[in-house]
Design a protein around this ligand. Sequence first.
Ligand code: KG4
Ligand code: ZN
Length: 334
Amino acid sequence: MKTNPIILAIESSCDDTGAAVLCGRKVLSNVVAGQSVHEKYGGIVPELASRSHQQNIVPVVHQALEKAGIKKEEIDAVAFTKGPGLLGSLLVGSSFAKAFSMALNKPLIEINHMEAHILAHFIEGDAAPEFPFICLTVSGGHTQLVKVSAPDKFEIIGETIDDAAGEAFDKIAKIMNFPFPGGPMIDKLSKEGNPNKFAFAHPKVPGLNFSFSGLKTSVLYFLKKEVAKNPNFIEENKVDLAASIQKTIIDILMKQLRIAATQNNISQIAIAGGVSANSGLRAALKAESQWTTFIPKFEYCTDNAAMIGIAAYYKFMKGEFSDQSSKASARLEM
Ligand code: KG4
Ligand code: ZN
């Protein structure tokens, strides 16, 4: 088995079309095309996402190969996101990858998107966590506490029972009339606001699970009440509102993460997923001096194909390949 395989990886689970080329654990190129088409709807429209992937996939792959300086014939395997995600979006990436692998007569590798977010920590560059470690994976669709014992051994020890953390950021931002996706906007405004100005209750959830739908509802009712008294309430208080909401979400996440670390006696702690780009969460993690913490580079937090490539590297080394019968799966479990 080749020790430094050249892998072309494709990501299309949601609204970003990504292609990356890796040589072993090293990223040679990582191209992402976002989709601004959803902005005016305040959320992702699945049919539009799938259509944009169809338009983007060929130029994105072409660019990734060109940037990496790799010819199609030099590729050792083609990897793609099998799931979880939006089925119409996943189908574009999976069909493309299958066709590409068949045309080149190269092996195909299917990847779980949530495992890939975690394995992004093993991309060559910064120090990687030692096994076992705990990863708080926080994205637009998922919020999970995962005990990772090996590159192919994941145990979900806690997860959200309703909305994901990113969804909470986005839905609350929508209530406040911020553009989609609201997470980055709340993060930006928070930097100028007072996080202790407004207090929102924490959910009562058993074990290591999370819940964010109650927070969304309590923000909604609080704002309705305040706006009835002062129609400019949101505009006048937007930085303090953003900072207070962000603090609440981070406090909820950090509380469960601390319990998970103590219960499992693990001090190697990582975060992953789109919300790990949040400056408040990154700062909160760094402040935990009893842990060795791992925070992905910004470009590997939100959806990207380099993380699919690193996950594929580990499967390549084990000879775990798929064939043309491989199917996209919207609800793929870890
Ligand atoms: O992992 P990701 O790119 O896509 C999914 O797999 O869902 O995560 C997207 C989520 C969105 O909810 C977005 O608002 C959130 O990540 N996000 C952030 C920040 N950047 C992205 N949330 C808070 N602060 C940020 N800086
Ligand atoms: Zn993701």
